[in-house]
Design a protein around this ligand. Structure first.
Ligand SMILES: Cc1cc2nc3c(=O)[nH]c(=O)nc-3n(C[C@H](O)[C@H](O)[C@H](O)COP(=O)(O)OP(=O)(O)OC[C@H]3O[C@@H](n4cnc5c(N)ncnc54)[C@H](O)[C@@H]3O)c2cc1C
Length: 280
């Protein structure tokens, strides 16, 4: 097996152009599991760990740019956690401290699993994905990037270089349900974020569809129901109706982790819980 270890983004793009079918290696917490279990037999690997540009982030007035190589440990605390609290909450649920120190946001997107914990938050925060190759850069909405379970729009020779998300002014929440509290793959995950400036509420759903989903009817209902000018809080009836609308937006399937029926029910429970937490 050939392992290339470029030092710069330009070198990585050249390596990816010369070896378009090479496997890109970031933290290795998905890729090496596949290699060790015999599901993937790479012939060429391009290791991205030495590229400093991929580990940078910047927090702008309206948008936050996070390099693909930023780990969940970095996202879970500090200024990124203050700027994107729901993403930090999701990051804190990923694996264990060892996994979070290695696992990257770009790797979560590269795998593109419907159960990837960053994905519902990225959906709620109107994320776009920046892809770079020797031919230049393109930026596409998350909804175009994720095309199916573990299928993305990334083309051979392209690297995910960054993710851009909205910086909102308001409370955010992420709730995840699995068979345990820790080290668990999501059966359902729900992100609810509010923006007091635009008086809007956004919902992202994970593990209940082939790609991360939004819940537009529930979002419109919540935006209407919340008294933005007063002390923001929600009553029981608002939570109940919100839960119903979020549940209706889910498109779950039966699999070895859960039945579709249980996933649909749990989606509503988590949605109401998240709304109650952000508007107590
Ligand atoms: C014990 C354990 C627990 C876990 N728990 C969770 C969990 O709770 N929640 C969760 O969401 N995930 C979990 N995971 C899965 C994994 O940690 C995440 O998906 C992680 O984000 C993968 O990132 P990585 O940097 O390790 O990616 P890698 O394994 O290096 O790569 C993953 C995929 O993305 C591609 N890729 C990586 N970087 C790029 C790039 N810059 N451009 C293009 N393609 C790229 C790779 O080629 C590969 O196909 C767990 C894994 C393990 C082993």
């Amino acid at each position: 097996m050939t392992v290339l270890s470029p030092r710069t983004l330009a070198e990585a793009c050249s390596a990816a152009a010369s070896n378009p079918n090479a496997d890109l290696l970031a933290g290795g917490t998905d890729l090496m599991v596949e290699v060790n279990s015999g599901h993937r037999r790479p012939t060429d690997v391009i290791s991205l760990g030495a590229i400093a540009e991929l580990r940078e982030w910047s927090i702008g007035e309206d948008r936050i740019t996070i390099g693909a190589g930023v780990t969940f440990a970095k996202i879970a605390s500090g200024e990124l956690a203050t700027a994107a609290p729901a993403l930090a909450m999701a990051a804190r649920t990923v694996g264990s401290p060892q996994i979070r120190n290695a696992a990257t946001l770009g790797g979560n997107l590269g795998t593109g699993s419907p159960a990837g914990d960053s994905l519902p938050v990225l959906a709620a925060l109107n994320a776009s994905v920046v892809l770079t190759s020797v031919h230049g850069q393109r930026e596409i909405p998350l909804s175009e990037f994720c095309v199916g379970p573990k299928r993305t729009d990334r083309q051979p020779g392209e690297l995910i270089t960054a993710v851009r998300i909205d910086r909102l002014n308001g409370p955010q929440e992420f709730c995840k349900l699995g068979t345990r509290q820790a080290m668990v793959i999501s059966v359902v995950s729900v992100a609810v974020v509010a923006d007091t400036s635009s008086t809007s509420v956004r919902v992202g759903l994970g593990a209940v569809g082939p790609v991360p989903l939004r819940a537009p009817e529930a979002e419109a209902f919540a935006a209407e129901a919340i008294n933005w000018s007063g002390q923001t809080s929600v009553d029981t009836e608002t939570c109940r109706r919100f839960a119903e609308l979020v549940r209706d937006a889910a498109r779950p399937i039966d699999d070895h982790r859960s039945t579709a029926e249980y996933r649909r029910h749990a989606t509503g429970v988590l949605a109401a819980r998240a709304l109650r937490r952000i508007f107590p």
